[in-house]
Design a protein around this ligand. Structure first.
Ligand SMILES: *Cc1c(COP(=O)(O)O)cnc(C)c1O
Length: 388
């Protein structure tokens, strides 16, 4: 058997590699505390689960779903955008549901990137922007996100040649893995740059609803002129603890949505209607579970950041996302420090270079573990930071 060359070009998925190391440690009897993968530990809100159960009993949901998603689900997304961001979207031409946001992020380059075309990728960033580009035959070009620039890209550092060949640019704020947040003026600059260079701006908005301390995350679509050149990927996964459900959407520039629709008709057959009805319940229903989720993450963020500060680690408590992005001690690389954490303390944090070369010198802690485990994990960190 001879798998295709493109399989060899793919890096092993970062979390798969992490899972393997954790399994190894556990097999040796280590009680591993994982600040690794960003997968919410809290349950999906009860009314959402009940909406699914009710819908699953209705035979009308048992057949192939529509390729373009249930009209009521697209309508619910449009209403949510209007009330949350003041952005008006036509549910028929500007919204396409996805089988989870990752699915759409992966497929977008198939619709927009030809061999030889460039995709501008945040570095460090969510790995799928790069792998999707590679499998489409495109050339990922990294935009380094430096602490000095608040982990935002310096558009003026992009060469004319690269800008001329670029078809898409990926952004993600609040950011995974850096937890950086931006204001609307940043998106205004990004939209202007992409319009000037005829680039499709793709904003991954997975964490806009998980924010703290009065910070409200903007949508890239709320910027003047965005609707001509911008799409935004929305997810229910982190907002409503629905990572297992596989439902999300892409919204914005009609031409791009049209291309995604055309592509996806040939790939998947839509999202289980019962899951879409649950999605409607999540967007339209009571939001107290979301507020409680945010409060829980805020508490954990403070626990971890206060502890890190007391260990003389320079860390700014993030205003959004479910991560804390932490510089490693000077004597270490990202990789050597996370290995040390696992071997000396049974603690998992993801090495920053796994998200791109510019992530070197950092590790990412995820806040998706129970409070007691987080507290114990923090205690164990002390010994490692003290020795480093
Ligand atoms: C979790 C995550 C996603 C994936 O969301 P799904 O809707 O579960 O596929 C997308 N982008 C980023 C940056 C994420 O962290």
């Amino acid at each position: 058997m001879r798998p295709a060359k493109r399989i060899d070009r793919l890096p092993p998925y970062l979390f798969a590699e992490m899972d393997r190391k954790i399994a190894e440690a556990r097999a040796k009897g280590v009680d591993v505390i994982s600040f690794g993968i960003g997968d919410p530990d809290l349950p999906t809100p009860r009314h959402v689960v009940e909406a699914l159960c009710g819908a699953a009993k209705d035979p009308a949901t048992h057949r192939y779903p529509s390729y373009t998603g249930m009209p009521d689900f697209r309508e619910a997304i449009a209403e949510w955008y209007q009330s949350r961001f003041g952005v008006v979207l036509d549910p028929d031409t500007q919204i396409q549901p996805l089988v989870g946001t990752k699915e759409g992020i992966f497929h977008l380059p198939v619709a927009f990137v030809d061999p030889g075309d460039v995709a501008l990728i945040p570095d460090p960033g969510y790995p799928v922007y790069e792998t999707g580009t590679i499998l489409a035959g495109g050339e990922p070009v990294s935009m380094p996100l430096l602490a000095a620039n608040g982990f935002t890209p310096d558009f003026s550092a992009i060469s004319d040649d690269v800008a001329g060949r670029a078809k898409v640019m990926w952004l993600n704020y609040p950011s995974n893995p850096t937890a950086a947040c931006v204001d609307e003026s940043f998106f205004a600059r990004a939209v202007r740059y992409c319009r000037d260079h005829d680039i499709l701006l793709c904003h991954d908005a997975a964490y806009t609803e998980i924010t703290f301390d009065d910070y409200v995350a903007p949508s890239a679509l709320q910027v003047d002129g965005a609707m001509d050149c911008t799409i935004e990927f929305g997810s229910l996964s982190k907002t409503y603890n629905m990572t297992g459900w596989r439902i999300g959407w892409v919204a914005g520039a009609p031409q791009a949505i049209e291309a995604m629709k055309r592509l996806k008709t040939n790939i998947d057959s839509g999202i289980f209607d019962a899951v879409q009805r649950a999605g409607i319940a999540a967007l339209n229903g009571p939001q107290d579970d979301l507020l409680a989720t945010i409060e829980r993450y805020r508490h954990r963020r403070d626990l971890l950041c206060d502890a890190l500060k007391s260990m003389d680690v320079v860390v700014e408590p993030p205003r959004g996302s479910i991560y804390v992005w932490t510089p490693v001690p000077k004597s270490h690389t990202s990789e050597s420090f996370s290995t040390e954490l696992l071997e000396k303390a049974g603690v998992v944090a993801i090495p920053g270079n796994g998200y791109g070369a510019a992530g070197e010198g950092f590790v990412r802690f995820s806040l998706t573990l129970a409070d007691e485990r987080l507290e114990e994990g923090v205690d164990r960190l002390r010994t490692v930071f003290a020795d480093a």
